[in-house]
Write a new protein. Sequence first.
Length: 341
Amino acid sequence: MPVLNESGYLRRAVETVLAQDVDAPMELILALGPSTDGTSELARELALEDHRIVLVDNPAADIPVGLNLAIRAGRYPTVVRVDAHSELEPSYTTHALATLDRVGAANVGGVMRADGRTPFQRAVARAYNSPIGLGGGAYHGGTQEGEAESAYLGVMRRAALDEVGLFDETIRRGEDWELNLRIRRAGYRVWFDPTLSVTYWPRESWARLVRQFSATGRWRGELVRRFGRGNSLRFFAPPVLVLTLLLGIVVGVLQATGVLQGWWSLAASIVYLPVIAYVLLIAGVSLGSGGGHGWRDKLWTAAVLPTMHLAWGWGFLIGVLRGAHDTVDTSRLGSRNTPLP
């Protein structure tokens, strides 16, 4: 479990891991980044309460670095990746181990069940759980078991990880997708089991959501630069939306200033059709059962969905054009663009 500034979530996340009913020896390795909210002190307190908790320092704060430090410190042949913003059902590990053996996979993942504690966080959770929100990846609500492109968190065979080389520490976001790409290219199976589910608590504020999705989109753009069509077509929908909106703005300005007139103006107006279709889609989702209960929930949903799409899409375009370089997700770091205090 990589950990950074998670004082409000860490104890519950750790409790759900230690409560796993797996009939085997286990340990929980926390890779501690340089938190500024008391998280590291809480982790040390938890380690004193249970000898199964092992602490390793992750001064770089990057998730893939912390994951590799934790994996290398581990003693057992199966690695269960967990997150400080998530909660596991008691049978999660036992069920995942059985699925690993049953299908002969190297990595098994389930469904990310997002949840929220505030109206805004619940709106983000609804977007996560909707195919409209995050593009319909299997772990965002899939129901069909089978081979998958990637896995949420993941229960992995250590031998396969050692063979393909653990996580790529040059990738700060999307590191799980890239690892699973190497696992699949090595001839192993990545498997989705919808009976596995993990509760995930998304970002709690608009600014943090924008920073998270901008960074994630930029790293997806970097992954497109590196791996091209190894990326699913669904990743290209948000940047196409951003480009369409920008083109619509340009056409609108040219029409308003009289540069475009007559038939040329009419022909250029076709660019508004996909924008109108998108607005109707968001309105339909927000007003329907997927928008929550009551006008307040529905307004939050209508605001959150385009926020996620546009922030991700804009980040993607920058990542494709310029690369990700040292971009980090600052959504847990206040206003600083560095994981270090």
